[in-house]
Write a protein that binds this ligand. Structure first.
Ligand SMILES: Cc1cc2nc3c(=O)[nH]c(=O)nc-3n(C[C@H](O)[C@H](O)[C@H](O)COP(=O)(O)O)c2cc1C
Length: 217
């Protein structure tokens, strides 16, 4: 059975990003494949340590990250999968730091320091990115014109170019009245959550279904 690994790069396990991951997973399952969601904040790991075992001539771990921490079994699972989804909230105008560390560890071993930087990933995986954020689509386009291309550059280098799914203007707090929030209107946020977020979830579902349907059996 085809399998998709979905990485939730949000620390919250039941909020916007995780819900988008679940919806994507439902689409994958609907199309007859298997999906596994991994909460990255549960995994004990750090970014690349620059050990270069993955680039060592005749090294037994050439082309593979072999650093022995909590991420290692997950990297091996991804290598054996058919699809990969990386989902992250936007934190301080970027994906979360933990998501960045994950992308480093995943992608750096899979390209060679050779002309054209060829990919030596075991498979050219189908990929998707899910981004969730507080700001609107218009503001995201103005404020982060290069962010998504830059985030995806290494993933595109070693795998297939990701499909992008966004949830803008997300509902951030359980109860807006409890926090100091002057820049966002509670009622507008609630309306967006009730009217737009279900459509964003549906887009994630369709993308999950499409990913499996696009994989030739
Ligand atoms: C530390 C931190 C920084 C954030 N920075 C941004 C930001 O730069 N731009 C933005 O649009 N939203 C920002 N947000 C809001 C989150 O991206 C947004 O609420 C997201 O949907 C949260 O995902 P979650 O519900 O899965 O945790 C930030 C949230 C936190 C906690």
């Amino acid at each position: 059975m085809k399998k998709v690994i979905i990485i939730n790069g949000s620390p919250r396990k039941n909020r916007n990003t995780r819900k988008m991951c679940e919806s994507f997973a439902q689409g994958v399952i609907k199309a007859g494949a298997e999906a596994e969601i991994i909460n990255l904040y549960d995994v004990d790991f750090k970014g690349c340590r620059s050990c270069f075992a993955c680039k060592l001539k005749d090294g037994k771990n050439f082309g593979r990250c072999a650093y022995p921490d909590g991420l290692l079994p997950i990297l091996d699972k991804i290598s054996a999968a058919d699809g990969l989804v990386v989902a992250s909230p936007i934190y301080c105008s970027d994906v979360t730091g933990v998501t960045r560390c994950f992308i480093e560890r995943l992608t750096f071993p899979f390209f060679e320091y050779k002309e054209g930087y060829p990919s030596i990933a075991p498979k050219r995986l189908k990929t998707a990115m899910i981004y969730t954020m507080n700001i609107s689509e218009t503001l995201s386009n103005q404020m982060y014109p290069d962010l998504y291309d830059k985030t995806e550059f290494m993933i595109t280098t070693v795998f297939e170019k990701p499909v992008r799914i966004f949830a803008y203007d997300t509902y951030q707090f359980d109860d807006y009245d409890k926090y100091v929030v002057e820049t966002f209107d509670k009622n507008k946020k609630l309306k967006h959550k009730d009217e737009q977020f279900p459509k964003d979830l549906q887009k994630a579902f369709e993308a999950g279904k499409n990913m499996i349907e696009s994989i030739s059996f």
